[in-house]
Design a binder for this molecule. Sequence first.
Ligand SMILES: CC(C)(COP(=O)(O)OP(=O)(O)OC[C@H]1O[C@@H](n2cnc3c(N)ncnc32)[C@H](O)[C@@H]1OP(=O)(O)O)[C@@H](O)C(=O)NCCC(=O)NCCS
Length: 443
Amino acid sequence: MTTTNTTTGANGLRHELFTAGLLPADDDGEAQVDQRTADWFRAVRTGFHEQPYTAPEVARLAAAYRVDDRVLVGVYDDDAPAPSLDAGIPVATFAEFRKTLNTGAGNLVECSLITVVTVRPSHRRRGILRRMMTDSLERARAAGLPIAALTASEGTIYGRFGFGPATTLDSVRVDVKGGLPILAPAEGQVVSVDPASLKELAPALFERFHATHRGSIGRQEAYTLRATGRLAEDAAKDDPTLRAAVHLDAAGDPQGFLTYAFAGWDTSPVTMKIRDLVAATGAARRELWRYLGAHDLVERIEYGAAAPDDPLPWTMDDPRRVTVTETEDLLWLRILDVPAALRAREYAADGELRIRVIDPLGYAAGTYALSVDGGAARVEVVDDGVPADLELDVALLGSLYLGGTGVRVLAEAGRVQAASDEAVARAAALLDLSGAPYAINGF
Ligand SMILES: CC(C)(COP(=O)(O)OP(=O)(O)OC[C@H]1O[C@@H](n2cnc3c(N)ncnc32)[C@H](O)[C@@H]1OP(=O)(O)O)[C@@H](O)C(=O)NCCC(=O)NCCS
């Protein structure tokens, strides 16, 4: 069953909220989707300059979207003049669903995740994104979700809606000519497995990673499809090139998995690419790397999801084998409910701080008295005229939230206003966290 909620925006366009529409399989046993869902996916692919999915590809993705409980938004221009594309194909797309964010100290907080934002070139800069975004934030706030999250194609789009970059990932290339000499003694063993065997294991190991890594965001169904070879990198179909391995500890219990693919004999140096690496323990991570380094004929390994403070260079006596080729922001956070978000967060120390948050959209605006005692935060909204220690835009609160950047950095950048140097030191002692937050999946 699909549900629909239709409104007309101030821009005169029809906004529809619905879930992906799956139909019974056809006579050949092929899954089907309804026309609205097919048209929506077509608009998404065009928006990201990709060729359209085939009908079976759309059906596979639509089924995954249903597992995620994604709500799709389509914006329709019923009055587009001929010979415009069929009016059933949306001029803008957007989707939202919910997953938990690890906010540190073992806390998992449900957030609204925003994704597949596209607007057709003929309809750009008419406020369609703004309308879809503000409607979505309104729904999240009404549902009591304290935080919204997204990943961004460009750094300039989402700050105006109160999102700040909160985690980063490094792309690394590792020179494995002659092997990968990891110094620590081997622990347990790594076994090669059929990707299909990871159907239950991959999500279970991810949940363990998720529970223990600040910044981690819950995974959508597509990650299970990818791990099991049911979703290729550039198409929504099976990926016969995918290979997989699992680390077993000394007791024989799985502690991590890896999926990877050979980049082809044309690559120079000859390269293997990691698709996914999920380790519940440091030993599992080391052993999976050791296993990768043991592939004969391979000279380089590429990995696009290393932590900013990844231990890999420290595992060997030649740290120069590891080169960071790119650092990119991943998770952007938008705080919608400051007291709830601050209560759910981890703190490095006890202390007190008054924070004034500027929020043009209103949700987070106000002055908050934060008091941390024994790691537990109390937050009160105050209106007593006492000046705040720290004043900042809500987007920067999102950037500070997981400890991905620090108070001093933002003060030196001129982006937070502090009452005094002492206030900066007190805010840093309270809000800054050691170790980088680590989210390993996009959405
Ligand atoms: C990014 C995109 C969704 C913007 O849609 P849009 O409907 O044109 O945006 P709006 O008209 O609602 O603009 C809202 C604001 O964002 C600004 N903005 C929009 N896109 C921007 C961009 N790429 N860079 C900088 N600013 C941008 C607008 O200038 C406007 O600013 P204002 O409110 O201060 O006046 C659209 O350009 C697009 O589809 N791009 C390709 C796909 C993509 O990158 N999607 C994002 C995936 S994360």
